[in-house]
Design a protein around this ligand. Sequence first.
Ligand SMILES: Cc1cc2nc3c(=O)[nH]c(=O)nc-3n(C[C@H](O)[C@H](O)[C@H](O)COP(=O)(O)O)c2cc1C
Length: 177
Amino acid sequence: MKVLVAYATSEGHTRKIARHVADRMFDAGHGVELLALTDAQDLDLGRFNRVILAASLHIGHYQRALADFAEANAKALTSKPSLLLSVSLAAAGHAADEWRDLERIAEDFEEATGWNADEVLHVAGAYMPSRYDLVRRLTMRRIIAKKDPEADLYSDKVYTDWDALDAKVDAWMGKRE
Ligand SMILES: Cc1cc2nc3c(=O)[nH]c(=O)nc-3n(C[C@H](O)[C@H](O)[C@H](O)COP(=O)(O)O)c2cc1C
């Protein structure tokens, strides 16, 4: 099976997630191409049996590169098994309203771009003060202090559950094989 894993990232964590998923596919014997969505213009999707696109939420939106790629390739993407990895901090918690927002954002995105993914996986991301500018550092510090009172507000913290991610991606790969 030939799998495309393409990602958009702002602070780098979604790149790490995409690389983790790509490595796992490779270890399972699949052919994998890993690339940034900013480098994916003119890519021939016909070369791939499956496509995984990953991006993170910033103020309720995915990166522009994901929207541009999904819109430009909506038909080809929808015609084959495709998966959206939606990375966020809301997915690190259990707040019902935040999960409703995540689902609504993914639905609105699908409607706006015309790409209907087989499945959307909401993946917990990371808090990365080492990568934020001053304004973001102060804003995110307040959000994390509320969300995770145990967190050291001055250190990066990864919330991604790698085993759960593996299990969900494996299950998706197992479908329609
Ligand atoms: C400025 C900013 C805005 C964010 N907005 C949201 C948001 O609206 N919803 C959410 O769940 N997470 C939000 N996050 C958390 C990111 O989605 C999370 O940190 C993710 O791991 C970032 O991935 P990246 O490093 O690939 O960009 C925000 C983070 C930052 C820095």
